[in-house]
Ligand binder design. Structure first.
Ligand code: DAT
Ligand code: MG
Length: 151
């Protein structure tokens, strides 16, 4: 399996509800490696680039208001097949359709407050990582227990 990176964010509702630790715990216990992390207030400009495919959707104005309503925790995680695996761990966009055990099913009820973002493809992940992080804020480091599982 190829070593990949993905972009994960705890959205403002997740930060307000003090779910940051629980979200991080899901990816840590799976065995993925954290390579970038920051708390930030998202600008409308950054958000419009992040969600550039959604700007024509009827829910877009509400999405902007929600995503800029408070701090977001932005992260880059690394591991084998991580983009697809994190999408599975995050669950369906609409929490009502998400499987039990996924983050969205376990912590949310409505599509407009679904706690986390995860990149949906390798290309999307690369685009989002470049948009949210400077390269020098992503660390290359050796995880002592991961020589078999992800290198
Ligand atoms: P995902 O976050 O699962 O990648 P997406 O990229 O289609 O889903 O949409 C981005 C976000 O926009 C999503 O997490 C929540 C919001 N959203 C999507 N569909 C919506 C809808 N029908 N009503 C309200 N918000 C919606
Ligand atoms: Mg998406």
């Amino acid at each position: 399996l190829a070593l990949e990176r993905t972009f994960i964010a705890v959205k403002p509702d997740g930060v307000q509800r003090r779910l940051v630790g629980q979200v991080i715990h899901r990816f840590e216990r799976r065995g993925f490696k954290l390579v970038g992390l920051k708390l930030l207030q998202v600008s409308k400009n950054l958000l419009s680039q992040h969600y550039c495919q959604l700007t024509k959707k009827p829910f877009y104005p509400d999405l902007v208001e929600y995503m800029t309503s408070g701090p977001v925790v932005a992260m880059v995680w690394e591991g084998p097949n991580i983009v697809q695996t994190c999408r599975m761990m995050v669950g369906h966009t609409n929490p009502a359709e998400a499987h039990a055990g996924t983050i969205r099913a376990d912590f949310s009820l409505h599509v407009s407050r679904n706690v986390v973002h995860a990149s949906d493809s390798l290309e999307g992940a690369q685009r989002e990582i470049m948009l949210w992080f400077d390269g020098h804020d992503l660390l290359k480091w050796d995880c002592i227990d991961q020589s078999v599982t992800s290198e």
